[in-house]
Each structure stands twice: as C-alpha cells, then as structure tokens.
Design a binder for this molecule. Sequence first.
Ligand SMILES: Nc1ncnc2c1ncn2[C@@H]1O[C@H](COP(=O)(O)OP(=O)(O)O)[C@@H](O)[C@H]1O
Ligand SMILES: Cc1ncc(COP(=O)(O)O)c(C=O)c1O
Length: 263
Amino acid sequence: MMPNIAYVIAGSEATGGAGLQADLRTFAQRGVYGVGTITCIVSFDPKNNWGHRFVPVAAPVIGDQIEAATSAHDLDVVKVGMLGTPETIATVSEALSRQAWRHVVVDPVLICKGQEAGAALDTDNALRREILPHASVVTPNLFEARTLAGLDSIDDVDGLIEAARRIHDLGPRFVVAKGGVELPGDDAVDVFYDGSDVTVLRRPKVGDERVSGAGCVFAATITAEIAKGADVADAVATAKEFTHRGIEGRIASHLPFDAVLPA
Ligand SMILES: Nc1ncnc2c1ncn2[C@@H]1O[C@H](COP(=O)(O)OP(=O)(O)O)[C@@H](O)[C@H]1O
Ligand SMILES: Cc1ncc(COP(=O)(O)O)c(C=O)c1O
C-alpha cells in the first residue's frame, strides 16, 4: 500500500528542535512519509550566547532538491518553512508554480535573528509578494501576523481576528493567526479564519516562555493531517492539541530555551 506523503521545504536547525528536523519528526509521528528539501542551515553558536548563524543553500542546489523530490513522488501537499533570502524565495516560488498543489501550507518565518534588519525587510517583502500567493493555508505567529497585516499592534483576540481577515485578503484561503505566549492572557489563543467563519482555539499557556519548534510542529501537523485527507479545520484543531502536548512534554538541553517534543 502507498503511504500518505507530505513534503516540506524548510531550513535545517542544527540542534534539532525546530526547522526541517522538527517537521520530519512530526510527519513521522502523524504517520505520513516525509520528504524534505533544505533551504538554509541555522547553527546556534554556543560561544556567542547561542546567537543564530545562518547560511543559505545555493539556489541551484535548492532547485535540484525540489526536482529530485517532485520527480520521484506524486506530491500534492507541501509545507513551506524558513526560506531566509530573496533569492531562495524566488527559487521556491518558481518551483511551486511548476505543478498544481492540493494545499500549500506556509509558515511565514520572517526573521532569523542572525540577519540584519535591512536584509530581513527585503525577505519579508519577497515572502509577501512571491510566496503568499501560492499559500492555501498560512500560519503567522503574533509578530508575523502584525507584520503581514500591517497593524501597529495586536493586543487581544479581536486584534488577532482583524489580522487574520487582512491576511486572508492577501490571498491564502485559510489563515491561522497564532497568539501563542505573546498575546496577554492565561490561554494560548489562535484564530482560524476560512473567509467566512472565525474559530477561536484556546488551550492554557504552559509557562510564559516561547518554546522552540512550536510553530514548526504546528504547521507540520496541519500539513500531515491534510496529506492524510483531513479537511483544513480538523487539521488545525488536531495541530493545536498535538502541539500543546509537545509543549507540555518539552525537551530541555544546554540551550537557554526548551524545544517542543511532539509525541
Ligand atoms: N507556552 C505555550 N503554551 C501553550 N501553547 C503554546 C505556547 N507557546 C505556543 N503555543 C501554541 O503553539 C502553537 C505554535 O506556537 P507559536 O509560538 O505561535 O509559533 P511560532 O513558533 O511560530 O512563534 C500555537 O498554537 C500557540 O498558541
Ligand atoms: C531553520 C528554522 N526554521 C524555523 C524556525 C522557527 O522555529 P519556531 O517553530 O520556533 O518558530 C527556526 C528557529 O530557530 C529555524 O532555525
């Protein structure tokens, strides 16, 4: 029997907590066969307060990986994670337009802390212009929702809903705007908007620190569930529960932050 296959185009995070490592781990745990393409390599630097070191993979090498993956398998569901540079964004955008996709799930990772602000702005604009039009599902966190929606601040659930509506206007059919730990209150609140109805998902906050990989596991779970045939609303509800469980069971390390342990 053929397994359900999910594809991810994302960055490697060398400590294993986030990025492609978390995506493929999540795919395996949700029972789908994962295929991955690496866009960049992030290696936190233990000699420098675990600051980000960021190296993009050369565009032709990204293109080769996508060619190999899409030629070997009949892929119809893809998650797009960290891209990192305008050149990578152009390469991935061009590759996405070469075939029809049932769903493109975009986790709009906007800033890698190692990047200088000017470069990050170019990347943000390129992501909005070249990747969002391919997205059927987009999962911005609070900062990304504010940036993509062009809002000065998001202070409550109503603000999150307004952001989700504005991002929907940019193209994606389904928007999950995540309040996470950043939105004030006792619960981690996310808003799901499908163009007509708003669903508010909430679970109690586990601590008040960000947990590495939470956004990656969340979007990867949505992708895996869609690959198995779930509709988007059910996939998002499953992702909320699965990520919450992974945050509760999180893994500590010598890093100054914990990582999600999807299980
Ligand atoms: N400490 C926490 N406790 C409970 N849920 C959390 C916590 N941090 C994040 N979440 C939830 O995990 C999911 C992804 O987290 P988020 O922090 O928004 O992603 P990102 O990693 O992109 O910033 C969302 O459903 C969010 O609400
Ligand atoms: C390669 C890569 N992708 C994605 C992320 C975002 O991870 P998170 O799920 O914590 O938002 C990171 C963060 O370090 C990363 O290094």
